[in-house]
Design a protein. Structure first.
Length: 142
């Protein structure tokens, strides 16, 4: 089946919930619906889903972020997941191409993706697409 990219809608909340759980972020549908609505209402967000027939099989969420040190804007991918049954079929690459199109439309200097250290397959995937590891990420929960 061909995979089509489209902008997410409120009706995708249940599919998004399922994909986020697969990524390791279980959430309640109502919470996902709220986050989805916030993203859809933002001029600085891009939320795309990959659809095969009537099934949503992947998603990417990207945000425009001002990068103060050099005055540019970067596009930060804050979520990317493809359902396990559809990995290795080019869906992730298609989703990142959609995020790159969004970044180019907004004159971003580049795309940034963070990935947990244990996601070695994802790291290889990003490197295959031309991404390079440029820094370490530190996080402090509040």
């Amino acid at each position: 089946m061909p995979v089509v990219l489209r902008s997410a809608t409120d009706a995708d909340a249940k599919h998004v919930e399922s994909l986020l759980a697969e990524l390791g972020y279980p959430s309640k549908e109502a919470d996902v619906r709220h986050r989805l609505r916030r993203s859809l209402d933002s001029d600085t967000s891009c939320f795309l889903v990959a659809q095969s027939a009537s099934e949503v099989v992947g998603l990417v969420i990207a945000e425009l972020v001002p990068y103060f040190p050099n005055g540019s804007t970067i596009c930060r991918v804050t979520g990317l997941v493809v359902s396990a049954h559809h990995r290795g079929l080019g869906v992730g690459e298609k989703l990142l191409t959609g995020a790159a199109d969004f970044a180019r439309e907004h004159h971003c200097s580049g795309i940034e993706i963070t990935s947990a250290e244990h996601r070695l397959d994802a790291h290889r995937f990003y490197q295959r697409l031309g991404f390079s590891r440029t820094s370490f990420r530190f996080f402090h929960a509040l």
